[in-house]
Design a protein around this ligand. Sequence first.
Ligand code: UDX
Ligand code: UDX
Length: 479
Amino acid sequence: MKIPIKNICCIGAGYVGGPTMAVLAYKCPQITINVVDVNQNRIDSWNSQDLSKLPIFEPGLKEIITKTRNKNLFFSIHIGECIANADMVFISVNTPTKTKGLGAGKASDLKWVEASARQVALHAKAHTIVVEKSTLPVRTAEVVTKILKSSNNYENLKRKSSFDILSNPEFLSEGSAIDDLFNPDRVLIGGESQDAMNSLGEIYKNWVPEEKILYTNIWSSELAKLTANAFLAQRISSINAIGALCEATGADVREVARAIGTDSRIGSKFLNSGPGFGGSCFKKDILNLVYLADYYGLKEVANFWEEVVKLNDWHQHRISRLIIKKLFGTVSGKKICILGFSFKSNTNDTRESAAINICRDLIEEGAILFINDPKVEPKQIAIDLNKDEYKELKDINKIQLLNVEGLWCFEENIYNAFENADAIVVLTEWHEYSLIDWGIASRKVRKPCFIFDSRSILVKEDIVKNDLNFWRVGDGNCP
Ligand code: UDX
Ligand code: UDX
């Protein structure tokens, strides 16, 4: 018997929980959805009247929030009460890579998933379907099941609580999350109970064509999510590896990507060479896969996937080394303008952004960075760089006259940031950077000035004709 779902609770109001539940609420006005989080500030931001204060930036999100918030979508910290009222609970909390103990550096820390399962066990009042939305190591459902079933049985019986566990991994990509949720390539539902799977499937059928809803066993669903991310990340490491070879041989990675992408077996997506992949998922998920393979004694499998991450790290540091080399072997005291800090455009998320490693390397070498990003807050950059912003820099035009090095500041106005710059480095593909007037830029910078385009969004000719030196990723024909 499939249970019609009337009330959903989502634990975790982050990049995944927030947009996913907003779209669910929009598409299913008949369902009441409570998104709960332990972080009061985050909940306050979700409830803010000023929609520019939502905790995450995602195109189209504000509009959906306006239509659903306080109608059938609610944000609160009342975890117990919301679980008690729910027929279905989504677990959407973060699962960072462990920094210490067994599996450190590879395995995911599941303490918050565990804590969420315990909350559900404690508060559920009737039959509850628990859905893993967070990306989790394979066989996590076993842990969740054990916690739910081993909680005080007498209490459970009294409250008539019983549980089904499903895996329903999220495939949204930040920056296009709303569109991905509206038009998913597929929805994956893994579980043992056909009824529970059908209950969740019915929710998606409100807007997703039936043939796109795939049902699998729970372990396949968990593993499919890790595998999808590993394959995507592997393509980026592959193209970045070829890009380095293009630079050495006079080939052009854009041409190579076009040539191979037209082979329908390869396909054209995810072949853009860049500064190295970032984001909260790729590295973490591959390392999870590596841990899993190691655990099962599959050393070759573990090594194979680990290389994808190693190549990505190497590639990010390769870009900082290259900048230093082009700037005559030293960036000490030189002003470098960094365009973009988020891990990709259209998001304010900086988790694992290539900009972090590249900026840290340059600061370490003594560079003075003027960092611009349309959506990332300076305070987030300070956290990522582990170094306070040196605001005084902004007021001083003739930076080179000061004997300072290894500092950074945030500059909202990109043309101000160009003043006396020795180099300009594009690290995120924000559209506004492709509109820069290189004639104006050329008059402001200190010559010789170098423009580094790690995202292939600038027009080479525009830059070269304005007497600026140009490098872009994977281009073996840069002057
Ligand atoms: C997601 C997925 O859930 C994760 O598995 C995936 O690999 C990365 O993306 P995301 O939504 O991006 O996580 O994480 P984040 O933005 O950090 O949001 C998680 C939220 O859960 C935070 O707001 C945090 O406060 C909340 N949380 C965490 C709880 O409410 N309870 C907890 O016990 C732990
Ligand atoms: C990814 C998956 O795409 C998504 O399905 C999953 O649910 C979560 O992880 P996300 O990390 O949000 O999504 O963004 P994605 O678009 O995949 O980009 C990841 C990184 O790869 C970014 O740093 C991006 O700039 C980089 N990238 C992507 C490239 O360098 N080249 C490309 O061709 C594509």
